[in-house]
Design a protein around this ligand. Structure first.
Ligand code: MGD
Ligand code: MGD
Ligand code: SF4
Ligand code: MO
Length: 736
């Protein structure tokens, strides 16, 4: 075959940028560039896009199912693998009950057309022990959306392309390209706001890549956002800067909200936010005065103990200033399958069950990952004995790695659907690898449901699927069949398998698209079909986000709940201390620096570090510190230092820059691949920052892991006075 260049999407992150992939006659990917025709990304790509080729050709990427034999793995046939997995899973369930089975679903599942099959496997396992990366990610957004708008699916998206004022809190879209607000080419979109005379403000303890594009950078104290925002709300009420007409029409709970912040003056809040009172006042006034304005927040907020409180306060400010459901504010998208509209019919479960300790209520049909390690290790009925991981690396991505690592090694059965042998999957008895990202295509429902502009884009398959290759959905289908209680399994299994083989993700979506708001069954002959999407050039632009609050809101009485009772309670819990000058983030003895996270442009959580072009130059695992702190501690740039918390300690190199707020340090997550056997990643310096994070530290309302503003101390390697105890011991101490 001659060389070809064809369009598809980079599916490494939510942005799903359009790319053009050149493949030579030997089926080698030789070039990846941005697709100028893509209706959403318009030619933009970030440096990670080329990793799509690197991943495909990576000799370490698994291409056949593997079975554990002692300490090593050997290839196994698909059928043999499924047979043995099924037998062992069913036996464990029979002996120990449903609770002894567990599933963890990781982040790439959301960027994958097979996600519905993943959730179906979850249903088939019928276990309370279901976990996803969402509970160290976007729980606070979904929890807030559920309480305020009636459904966790109603997370509003920032209408960045029409905004006159954008305030970004705890997000770095110049690097991440937007999350829960899919905005490929975020740097360009941010610049466009300024070009049209608007203003961009970034509230972040670090002068980030995004802050460098903004008009104003407010270096808030880590965890200080809750005070900053209460101060802003106070000003909006005290100075009558609210959109009364919108509020009267759409919301309830205004008086309770006003009462809550009555004493939260900017002067009282400023010291805890770590910024001047004048800045809080100015932020409030300018937000209310702008023709349209949006505050957008993400991971820096979600991963706080006040994650839901802050998400709520931000939403409340957007609402009281009339900036919800207004072009240029926060809007609800209208995707080809109308998830926001259907949200009302999808019940949200909260607290129907808990972990065995009773500390963590289930939300969204799953338990927070904060509970996982204890559910793996605490003896007794219901202890997890078998685990399926799908596209996840919890050993790396979940706080307290030390214990999880050992716990997974101790399982009776572990099955991982993954393309690599990782820190997590190396503990599996079976690793079932799907085909590579370039060998499959389809429509990603989730990406379209959070886009900053309505669109319908189809991801094309670039390379032929290998004859013996399974896509994720096929692997998941087979696992589903293995765990279903099917009578006469040998006889009935085969026709059933044939039936489920027909249920491709594409077929499952064809009808909902046709029935959707643009669909052929609603709009007639010119309406949208999957075929039309597939045949379009660069996808189909479905126009700007449009106001639709009344259509989608799912609360009783169809009004925005401005002041949910449990949120008020939580705010009232921290307010008296705040008014007395005490922050909820007060230090513990001997720890003098607050640790935050840092996403690097060429990393993608834990799994791009084996692609050589992604780990050259500046993409390293270092601890970033302000020069004044380095001088105070007598340590110099590039020196190896020990970073210790009450939970654990790691050694990393020191990077010094005044871009980080004094008193704060930042370390990226997803590093520390020693022992994985990856030929590139295994050799890299760096350690897993989650060794420093205490799983018991969560957002009190949603249960999201709160890895942010963890107190640490930094000392030269070897010089630490008292090295902190190993993770397991200190964790026990925390509980005692
Ligand atoms: N300290 C700290 N911890 C964090 C964060 C942080 O900021 N700080 N961020 C959190 C966030 S936001 C997230 S989303 C999580 C991510 O947490 P996880 O989802 O648990 O971890 P990932 O690193 O994304 O690992 C994804 C795994 O999926 C595999 N994979 C990739 N593509 C595919 C595919 O198509 N199919 C299959 N079957 N497997 C695939 C990869 O090989 C990898 O092993 O990490 C969280 N952890
Ligand atoms: N290059 C790259 N892109 C990615 C990913 C990746 O790993 N690498 N991961 C993808 C995933 S899974 C996700 S969820 C998204 C996340 O997308 P973002 O949320 O945009 O990503 P982060 O870079 O983690 O941004 C968090 C910001 O919060 C700041 N911050 C930390 N603590 C505080 C605080 O207390 N207050 C305030 N106001 N700010 C604080 C940090 O300094 C950081 O700049 O990115 C996605 N895109
Ligand atoms: S922002 Fe980068 S990693 Fe994300 S989809 Fe676009 S090119 Fe891929
Ligand atoms: Mo994430």
């Amino acid at each position: 075959m001659p060389a070809t260049t064809r369009p598809t999407h980079c599916c490494l992150c939510e942005a799903h940028c359009g790319i053009l992939v050149t493949v030579d006659e030997d089926q080698q990917v030789t070039r990846i560039t941005g697709d100028p025709d893509d209706v959403l990304s318009k030619g933009y790509i970030c440096p990670k896009a080329t990793a799509m080729g690197g991943l495909h050709h990576d000799p370490d990427r698994l291409r056949t199912p593997m079975r554990r034999v002692g300490e090593t793995f050997e290839p196994v046939g698909w059928d043999d693998a499924f047979d043995e997995i099924g037998r062992r899973l069913r036996a464990i369930r029979k002996e120990h009950g449903f609770r002894a089975l567990a599933m963890y679903l990781g982040n790439p599942a959301a960027h994958n057309t097979s996600v519905a099959h993943g959730l179906t496997l979850r249903l088939a396992l019928a276990t309370p022990n279901f976990y996803t990366a969402s509970s160290i990610d976007q729980y606070p957004h979904e929890f807030t959306a559920w309480r305020m708008f009636g459904s966790n699916a109603l997370v509003p998206v920032v209408d960045i392309d029409h905004s006159d004022r954008l305030v970004i809190v705890g997000a770095n879209p110049a690097v991440s390209n937007g999350s829960l607000s899919t905005m490929p080419g975020a740097p360009r979109r941010i610049k466009a706001i300024r070009d049209r005379g608007g203003k961009v403000v970034v509230i972040d303890p670090r002068r980030t890549e995004t802050a460098k594009l903004a008009d104003q950078h407010v270096a808030v104290e880590p965890g200080g956002d809750v005070y900053l925002l209460m101060g802003m709300l106070h000003v909006l009420f005290a100075e009558n800067l609210c959109d009364d007409a919108f509020l009267a029409r759409s919301a309830r709970g205004l008086d309770a909200l006003r009462d809550l912040v009555a004493d939260a003056t900017p002067a009282a809040m400023a010291p805890l936010a770590g910024i001047p009172a004048e800045t809080i006042i100015e932020l409030a006034r300018e937000h209310a005065a702008a023709r349209s304005a949006a505050i957008y927040c993400r991971i820096g907020i979600c991963q706080q103990q006040t994650g839901t409180l802050v998400t709520w306060l931000i939403s409340a400010i957007n609402i009281v200033t009339g900036n919800l459901d207004r072009p240029g504010g926060m809007m609800f998208p209208t995707p080809p399958v109308d998830v926001p509209r259907l949200a009302r019919f999808i019940p949200v479960a909260y607290g129907r069950w808990t972990d065995r300790s009773g500390r963590y209520p289930a939300f969204r049909s799953e338990l927070p990952i904060a509970a996982l390690t204890d559910e793996l290790t605490t003896p007794g009925r219901g202890r997890i004995r078998a685990m399926v991981t799908y596209a996840g690396n919890p050993v790396s991505s979940v706080p307290n790695r030390g214990r999880m690592d050992a716990a997974l090694a101790d399982l009776d059965l572990m099955v991982s659907v993954d393309i690599y042998l990782t820190e997590t999957t190396r503990h599996a008895d079976f690793v079932l690898p799907p085909i590579s990202h370039l060998e499959r295509g389809g429509f990603n429902l989730l990406v379209s449901a959070f886009s900053v502009r309505n669109n319908a884009r189809y991801t094309h398959q670039i390379l032929d699927k290998p004859a013996d290759g399974f896509d994720d959905w096929q692997i998941l289908n087979r696992l589903i069949l293995e765990v279903l209680p099917i009578p006469a399994r040998r006889l009935v299994g085969r026709p059933l398998r044939r039936l489920t083989d027909v249920l491709t993700p594409e077929r499952m979506l064809a009808l909902p698209i046709a029935l959707g708001p643009y669909g052929v069954l609603r709009r007639g002959r010119r309406g949208l079909t999957l075929k039309r999407m597939r045949e379009s050039v660069g996808g189909i632009d479905l126009g700007a986000l449009r106001p639709r609050l009344r259509e989608v809101i799912a609360t009783r009485g169809r009004r925005i709940e401005l002041a949910p009772e449990s949120f008020l309670e939580e705010a009232r819990r921290i307010l008296p201390d705040a008014l007395a000058g005490r922050s909820h983030t007060a230090a513990s003895d001997g720890y003098d620096l607050k640790l935050i996270g840092r996403r690097r442009q060429r990393s993608n959580n834990s799994w791009l570090h084996n692609v050589p072009t992604m780990v050259t130059g500046s993409n390293r695992c270092t601890v970033l510190m302000h020069p004044a702190d380095a001088e105070r501690l007598g340590i110099a740039a590039e020196q190896d230092v020990t970073v210790a918390s009450t939970t654990g300690s790691i050694d990393v190199a020191l990077e010094v820059s005044d871009e980080i707020r004094q008193g704060t340090v930042a370390i990226p997550h997803g590093w520390g691949h020693g022992g994985t056997g990856w030929r590139v990643a295994d050799e890299l310096a760096g350690q897993n920052v989650n060794l420093l994070h205490d799983p018991a530290r969560v957002d009190r309302l949603s249960g999201n892991s709160a890895v942010n503003d963890t107190w640490v101390r930094v000392t030269p390697v070897g010089a630490a006075a008292v090295r902190s105890a190993p993770a397991a011991e200190s964790r026990t101490a925390t509980r005692a």
